[in-house]
Unconditional design. Structure first.
Length: 273
């Protein structure tokens, strides 16, 4: 599970902070405000670049010199006149670690991302069937992907957030494939509650879980997977069939281990928001 979904939903947390600032502006001036956190027709990355927050990394994320790319972006649109900031220089240099590390080749070239190949897009935004040729590349990723950020040198010394809202949600660590296959709908709902994971819906997470199980190389999961052949959602059923066939054939595993937890260790990354 991608780090940004470990704690409270950033849309809610950051929106509250921006709204507090927007309220202060309106209380102390006649100007109007409107706050957005990935919720409006704004490309926050572009505003962040020109506001001097950071530069575009070759993985297309905004990179800040102090916090790396472990940050959330939000905007306040206002008619209050403010001094202009200066964009910062690109500091990626000749580094191509993010491009080289992407398991699906989604970063076509520096600063160019094909979202159709991106694991984060596939596991979060894509509805319906995951193209069969793309399933092995998903590996063990249930929701999102941090690989291109994990390998970024600018994230090595990124500080931890002091905001308790971004602490990992109690009970979320460390789900395994076995454990997730046993969750009922109420337990899935509880695990997602208050986090960004609700974006994928339960049936979307189950679809992803079928793919992860199929990539695990663990035939012991077959009895649990067969139960999903009767699931009410057609996409969960079809992905369960694929997973069963893959495990029965014992096809080579692409970057997935059955005992591997679904939340990357913050200890190994050295950074969390």
């Amino acid at each position: 599970v991608s780090r940004y979904a470990w704690g409270e939903d950033y849309h809610d947390t950051v929106k509250r902070k921006l709204q507090d600032l927007a309220t202060w502006i309106e209380q102390n001036s006649p100007q109007r405000t409107k706050a957005y956190v990935d919720t409006g027709p704004l490309l926050e990355r572009v505003f962040a670049k020109y506001a001097g927050v950071g530069w575009f990394g070759k993985n297309t994320c905004i990179i800040n010199q102090k916090t790396g790319s472990w940050l959330f972006l939000g905007c306040i649109v206002t008619d209050l006149e403010l001094p202009y900031d200066t964009p910062v220089a690109d500091r990626c240099g000749t580094c191509t670690r993010c491009i080289d590390a992407c398991p699906t080749g989604a970063i076509l070239e520096p600063y160019v991302l094909d979202s159709r190949k991106c694991i984060a897009y596939t596991t979060i935004e894509l509805r319906g069937e995951i193209p069969e040729q793309d399933r092995a590349g998903i590996g063990h990723h249930l929701f999102g992907c941090d690989i291109c950020q994990d390998v970024c040198p600018w994230n090595r010394k990124a500080p931890y957030s002091a905001d308790p809202a971004f602490e990992p949600k109690s009970g979320l660590f460390w789900p395994t494939i076995d454990g997730l296959l046993e969750l009922d709908e109420d337990e899935w709902r509880s695990m997602r509650r208050g986090t960004a994971m609700k974006r994928a819906k339960i049936k979307g997470l189950l679809r992803n879980l079928m793919v992860v199980a199929g990539n695990s190389g663990l035939p012991k999961l077959l009895p649990k997977l067969r139960r999903f052949l009767k699931h009410e959602d057609e996409h969960v059923r079809s992905h369960a069939r694929w997973a069963i066939e893959r495990l029965e054939k014992r096809e080579p595993v692409n970057g997935a281990g059955g005992a591997k937890p679904f939340l990357n260790s913050a200890e190994s990354s050295g950074a969390q928001f």
